[in-house]
Ligand binder design. Structure first.
Ligand SMILES: O=C[C@H](O)[C@H](O)[C@H](O)COP(=O)(O)O
Length: 227
């Protein structure tokens, strides 16, 4: 089956991310790996080099399963400590390399693994690059009993919360997506939503944004760094 042009861009940025991290790899290196269709392309490209590094920490069960299929060892983050690099996709990314993530409900583990990484490389196709975050509904992972409370607090902040029915996160929690919620100051909004009781994590990645963006465009992969 022919790949769509968006799929081709995902493959191109995944390959570029492998090229970016190859100089960092030795037989002791453990790599942090995100979740989603772009991260899956990265896993498949990295598998060719599985004898050149030790293994990976996965940000979701789905990623762990895919790594294991490639015979890449998967480690518990608690036994690994600091990771040299974390590679993941995004739902949106702005020019400051702040992101919205969590479209696949993996945001909490992604944020934890990203926090432990020295370098965060975001890989995305060009459709994800935006001037202002918020076109993509912002996911919030909530403790189930707090769902309605958090939703009411989000309405006070100006957003339209929608319960993502039928989705249970890897941590046993639920997801609310906030629609119509443009984010002018991602750093401030990340902290404000974090302070709501019952919120486990939400999808603004600004306090720990990306360090490098590899962006797939029709004319090639562009590389940006956080200023
Ligand atoms: O929860 C999912 C993650 O945050 C993904 O990184 C994000 O949704 C991007 O996924 P994809 O590469 O499939 O667009």
């Amino acid at each position: 089956m022919a790949l769509s042009s968006q799929d081709q861009l995902k493959h191109a940025v995944a390959r570029a991310a492998v090229d970016e991290i190859l100089p960092m790899l030795d037989r002791q290196t453990v790599v942090g790996i995100g979740t989603g269709s772009t991260a899956n392309c990265f896993i498949d490209a990295l598998a060719e080099y599985r004898h050149d590094f030790d293994g990976a920490v996965a940000s979701s069960q789905a990623t762990a399963d895919r790594l294991k299929k490639h015979n890449i060892p998967v480690y518990d983050l608690n036994g690994v400590g600091t990771l040299p690099v974390y590679v993941d996709g995004a739902d949106e990314i702005n020019h400051q390399l702040h992101m919205i993530k969590g479209g696949g409900a993996a945001l909490t583990r992604e944020k934890i693994v990203a926090a432990c990484a020295q370098t965060f490389i975001c890989i995305a196709d060009g459709s994800k690059h935006v001037d202002r975050l918020g076109g993509f509904p912002l996911p919030i992972e909530v403790i189930p009993m707090a769902r309605s409370y958090v939703a009411r607090e989000i309405v006070k902040l100006g957003g339209d919360p929608v319960y993502r029915e039928g989705v249970v996160t890897d941590n046993g929690n639920q997801i609310i997506d906030i629609f119509n919620f443009m984010i002018d100051d991602p750093l401030d909004m990340e902290v404000r939503i974090n302070s709501l009781v019952g919120v486990v994590t939400h999808g603004i990645f600004a306090v720990r944004g990306a360090d490098i963006l590899l962006l797939g465009r029709e004319d090639g992969v562009a590389r940006y760094t956080a200023s």
